[in-house]
Design a binder for this molecule. Structure first.
Ligand SMILES: Cc1cc2nc3c(=O)[nH]c(=O)nc-3n(C[C@H](O)[C@H](O)[C@H](O)COP(=O)(O)OP(=O)(O)OC[C@H]3O[C@@H](n4cnc5c(N)ncnc54)[C@H](O)[C@@H]3O)c2cc1C
Length: 525
């Protein structure tokens, strides 16, 4: 007889994708059980299936109701919670909180809160409603435009200015879409769906600068307990009451599904003091920060390379050779090697951007300071494999008007609504302070941020974000980033062959929509 009796095999089949092969997946078990099961791996000589049988499925304290059609129901959550805490405590390292995850939807939050929710480097995958495919002028449940209106934003100019932005957006969407369609008529062999979708996306792209940071959006986060714990702590430390409120709400919902894995996020022992510390550090550093204290001329969009490593080539080459030789890294750095030949061996022959640049490229680093509109920032902030911080969103650096709006004669209304929001922002800055005043700032306004990225991430970001279907604003930033790197390290940059430095398509989505059509046709739909 094998490791399991027939009744055991039968039970296991419900929760494991197979009962006799060495690789198998778990299914139909609550997250907490999967996480706790894995945490036992490092403390037992038993197989996982044996642990599942002996310590969970046959253990009343685990609270699994096998009679109710599966272990996907916990019968006694409180008793079970103690049980899982005991299992997890036995492991003893914080990383155990990475062993269970949750899908969380967060709806009707401002773009400022969305950025805060998406600001995790490791362990959380966000997905957010797109400004390119979704109209943002649909009224909220109460019939008003959907933007954040907390009691903290009591300022007479705020709501009229926000309403004006949304009204302008709403009134321009249809005529602008029609103009775009006239300028880009449907081509032979282009489906009605693809053409309508590409032209609408173009109109929404042109108008998104009107949307204020207060615009409500929806997002989904999939992440593990440890990453959520830290996110909760950071939200609780936020300057924005909206984010602090979200910390409590998110915690309550996560506690419904992975309570044992997010305990410390806001607790009295770890989470709350850590949040207080983060807030205190922010206040202390802000008190030390110099301010220009005078009106500067508006800055145009720009990407500056603030810092790079003169030794980058040598470091990349040494790192590339390291796994293949028996010398210490320091000696390799000084070795007499043919740099050109090593780089060719390392990087030549990439057939598309999914042939990822190798890890050796992480030995070259670049710091970029970027001034661009909040719309572009909003998209690029999503790159997690770099260090980034932004300055407060304001109106001092001016705003961008997409040139095509003037072509269609709609730039005047765009500017009027934007200027009105800028006035509201200035009034709020004085009465409510610069952090809260950010809500009033439309996506067209520029802000300053930095990215510190390795060359590997530069390859990834620039190749991905310069594709012809990308939004022109972030395409421009990615192209400029790449130019700066190419200027200082031409040999290292030479293999980023899929950075598209071209002018882009006039109708960015056209080619992508046709590809979607072809794929749909292949799928028979
Ligand atoms: C054309 C286009 C349309 C988009 N539309 C939307 C949209 O509608 N809604 C929206 O929310 N976002 C959208 N995005 C943003 C997109 O979902 C990504 O968040 C963004 O492009 C960052 O890319 P990345 O994750 O590859 O980069 P990075 O975060 O810089 O990561 C670099 C690489 O590291 C790896 N990696 C990083 N984190 C993880 C992880 N947790 N798990 C596994 N691998 C990881 C991946 O290989 C990744 O490519 C869009 C992006 C593009 C280019």
């Amino acid at each position: 007889m094998g490791e399991f009796s027939e009744p055991e095999r039968e039970l296991l089949r419900r929760y494991c994708t197979n009962v006799d092969r060495r690789a198998f997946a778990l299914r139909g078990l609550p997250e907490v059980v999967r996480g706790a099961l894995f945490s036992r791996y490092s403390r037992t000589e038993k197989s996982l299936r044996r642990v599942l049988l002996d310590e969970f499925l046959h253990e009343p304290a685990a609270g699994l109701d096998l009679e109710m059609g599966g272990a996907d129901r916990l019968v006694d959550a409180e008793r079970a919670e103690d049980f899982y805490q005991r299992v997890l405590v036995g492991y003893g390292d914080d990383s155990v909180a990475e062993l269970a995850g949750a899908h969380v939807a967060v709806e009707r939050v401002s773009n400022l809160a969305a950025k805060a929710l998406e600001d995790s480097r490791v362990g959380i995958s966000p997905l957010e409603k797109s400004t390119r495919y979704v109209r943002f002028d649909r009224p909220d449940q109460d019939g008003r435009f959907a933007y954040h209106r907390g009691p903290e934003l009591a300022q007479a100019a705020y709501e009229p200015a926000m309403d004006a932005l949304f009204r302008t957006y709403s009134e321009l969407v249809t005529p602008l879409t029609n103009r775009v369609r006239e300028a880009h008529p449907r081509e032979p062999e282009e489906s009605e769906r693809a053409w309508k979708s590409a032209t609408r996306a173009r109109a929404l792209d042109l108008l998104r600068g009107l949307l204020p940071a207060a615009t409500l959006t929806n997002l989904g986060l999939y992440g593990n307990g440890r990453a959520f714990e830290y996110l909760l702590t950071k939200l609780a430390a936020s300057e924005l009451p909206e984010c602090r409120g979200l910390a409590g709400e998110l915690h309550a919902e996560l506690a419904e599904v992975i309570p044992a894995f997010i305990r410390r996020g806001l607790d009295e022992r770890y989470g709350a003091p850590a949040a207080a510390y983060l807030a205190e550090v922010r206040r202390r550093v802000a008190a030390q920060a110099p301010r220009a204290g005078r009106q500067r001329p508006e800055a145009g969009p720009e990407v500056r390379l603030v810092e790079h490593d003169a030794e980058a080539e040598r470091r990349v080459v040494a790192a590339a050779l390291f796994p293949h030789c028996d010398l210490p890294l320091a000696e390799l750095g000084g070795a007499d090697v043919d740099t050109e030949a090593v780089l060719r061996a390392l990087l030549d022959g990439r057939a598309n951007r999914r042939h990822r640049a190798p890890r050796a490229l992480e030995h070259a680093h670049y710091t970029f300071e970027i001034t661009a509109n909040f719309g572009a920032y909003r998209d690029l902030q999503r790159h997690r494999m770099l260090s980034q911080e932004r300055q407060l969103l304001g109106t001092g650096l001016g705003y961008d008007v997409p040139p095509d709006l003037a072509v269609h004669g709609m730039d005047g209304r765009f500017r009027d609504a934007i200027e009105r929001a800028a006035e509201a922002h200035r009034a709020m800055e004085t009465t409510l302070g610069p952090a809260l005043a950010q809500y009033a700032v439309p996506l067209a306004f520029r802000l300053r941020w930095y990215f510190r990225a390795s060359l590997r991430e530069v390859y990834h970001l620039c190749e991905l974000r310069t594709t012809a279907q990308g939004h022109p604003d972030y395409r421009h930033v990615a192209q400029e980033m790449f130019k700066r790197v190419r200027d200082v390290h031409p040999r290292l940059a030479a293999y980023a062959r899929f950075v598209d430095m071209g002018p882009g398509d006039e109708l960015e989505r056209r080619a992508s929509e046709r590809r979607i059509d072809r794929k749909l046709a292949e799928l028979g739909g």
